[in-house]
Design a protein around this ligand. Structure first.
Ligand SMILES: Cc1cc2nc3c(=O)[nH]c(=O)nc-3n(C[C@H](O)[C@H](O)[C@H](O)COP(=O)(O)O)c2cc1C
Length: 376
């Protein structure tokens, strides 16, 4: 399974793990894969603490960081919590509150509500050009970070120059074949071709179609990882067959012992089928693939208000989500997850997932080998 990208990055297996959870990043990395920490939900101080912890636990191995680097300046990002609060129309607030009240979901204690709002506002601060650069400055103080992935568009020239100077590989997410050329011109060295099956913000093109398009557009200079719909060794074999140099998985780690989700959330995940992972705007105002619930579907029903733009929809939704988790209401629980959620039915450790995927990969290769004509 070792590909040239493994040589370049210094890992044993081309299995990349996107996670917001440092324990997952560490365990994947220690098992020979390449953990990538989703950094955009952290403040610079939190990120520094997370990276220091990862450095101490990965036994000197390399790992990566994923940062949302917006290419356009978003003036709204400067608005304060109070401004944002007043920008949410009363109709939308009432829709969410009435729904949860009718369902008997208690309100949050004031201090918890305040904490959630603070997290959202801090998160927004990191998604401005300056905020992303602050996270980058923290990241570059950690020499074990060998890859930085830009989650939203091509990284700007000054960021590319800075990463090159530090000898850090530059990656970018991509959901359309035509975006690959733009990334390449911007100096990106690794493209994550993410199909619609994936959890999180996702486009419309399937991994099976997208990966060969991106591989073709990249030529030999830029490595491609396949993302979206990969949780088994046979899917890794398929990704490599399509020309990818590895896989980038997100959903599969949510069900691991090490994941950030609590037991109630994992139960909801294990009960979900592939068709329950749908694309909806309820969570952020942008299309996110997530497990559907009666709460997400209420926003789709006739008579529901229109989705608010980002970040207003997210502020409304995150508070509702916290109420749902606190009340342990599976029927109202939605969380970003890809279609492979239907294949994840019980908890296992990251190490076991890594081992299982390798075993399945070998079985697949053996099966395929038998299809080839015997050598004479
Ligand atoms: C819970 C969750 C949160 C995600 N958040 C981000 C993010 O902040 N940045 C990013 O580049 N991708 C994010 N993604 C997408 C992953 O990077 C990855 O492309 C995707 O999970 C791969 O498809 P899979 O879910 O089928 O494994 C997220 C995915 C999940 C499941």
């Amino acid at each position: 399974m070792r590909t040239p990208l493994c040589e370049k990055l210094g890992c044993e297996l081309p299995i990349f793990a996107f996670s917001h959870c440092r324990d997952v990043v560490v365990e994947v990395t220690k098992a020979g894969g390449f953990g990538v920490l989703g950094a955009s939900t952290f403040s610079p101080e939190q990120l520094e603490a997370e990276l220091r912890w990862i450095d101490q636990h990965v036994n000197g191995r390399p790992y990566g960081v994923d940062v949302i680097i917006p290419t356009k300046y978003d003036k709204e990002a400067e608005t304060t919590t109070a401004d944002l609060e007043t920008m949410i129309p009363q109709e939308h607030r009432a829709f969410m509150d009435d729904f949860l009240q009718a369902e008997g979901v208690p309100e949050l204690p004031p201090d918890e509500r305040e904490r959630i709002h603070r997290e959202i506002i801090d998160g927004r601060g990191n998604m401005t050009p300056d905020g992303a650069r602050r996270l980058l400055a923290v990241t570059l103080k950690h020499p074990q970070v060998k890859l930085v992935v830009s989650a939203l568009g091509s990284p700007p020239p000054d960021v590319v120059a800075q990463l090159r100077e530090h000898n850090v590989m530059i990656g970018a997410m991509c959901g359309k074949g035509e975006h690959a050329a733009r990334h390449r011109e911007a100096g990106v060295q690794l493209i994550v071709a993410q199909g619609t099956e994936a959890g999180g913000h996702t486009g419309e093109i399937a991994t099976m179609v997208l990966v060969p398009q991106v591989v073709e557009a990249c030529g030999d200079e830029v490595a491609v990882l396949a993302a979206g719909g990969i949780a088994k060794g046979s899917q890794i074999a398929a990704a490599l067959a399509l020309g990818a140099q590895g896989v980038w998985c997100g959903t599969v780690w949510l069900g691991t012992t090490e994941s950030e989700l609590d037991p109630f959330e994992k139960e909801a995940l294990f009960a979900s089928r592939a068709q329950d992972a749908v694309r909806r705007k309820a969570r952020t105002g942008k299309t996110v693939r997530m497990i559907k619930s009666r709460l997400s579907e209420a926003w789709e029903a006739p008579g529901a208000p229109e989705y608010l733009p980002t970040p207003l929809q997210g502020i409304l939704y995150n508070e509702a989500h916290a109420r749902v988790v606190r009340a342990k209401r599976k029927d109202l629980y939605s969380f970003p997850a890809g279609q492979v959620v239907g294949m994840i039915n019980e908890e296992s450790s990251v190490r076991d997932v890594m081992y299982r995927m390798q075993l399945e990969y070998l079985e697949t290769m053996e099966r395929l080998h038998k299809l080839s004509p015997a050598e004479t």
